[in-house]
Ligand binder design. Structure first.
Ligand SMILES: [Zn+2]
Length: 112
């Protein structure tokens, strides 16, 4: 819905630019929060914390669909990290890279 359409229907436009998906790990927060705020703006993003970031793609997809529908986001920022306990021994650079690229390409295909 465009802003004109919303005005015509007397519905407020509720929009933010991005959805940020990152791991719930407390060790990340002091680094991520300032960066996210600078990158997207103080009140311009939805954010979810999931164990392993994109480790559970289906869960990520649910939030992407929701954020697109209710806030018409235009950007999805996917963040994984090293030493992620959700991945455990499988958390190699190669695996994180694969999962991030796979999630990104699937989201792009679903929301061009
Ligand atoms: Zn983690």
């Amino acid at each position: 819905m465009t802003q004109k359409d919303a005005v015509r229907k007397n519905k407020p436009v509720i929009h933010c630019d991005a959805l940020v998906v990152h791991c719930m790990d407390y060790r990340l927060q002091k680094f991520l929060q300032p960066w996210i705020t600078i990158r997207f703006g103080y009140d311009n993003f939805d954010i979810i914390s999931l164990a392993g970031g994109v480790h559970d793609y289906e869960m990520v997809l649910k939030y992407v669909e929701l954020a697109v529908r209710i806030h018409s986001i235009e950007t999805v920022c996917l963040i994984n990290h090293e030493d992620c306990r959700a991945y455990g021994r499988d958390g190699t650079y190669k695996r994180h890279r694969h999962d991030l690229l796979d999630a990104s390409s699937k989201i792009h295909a679903l929301f061009p």
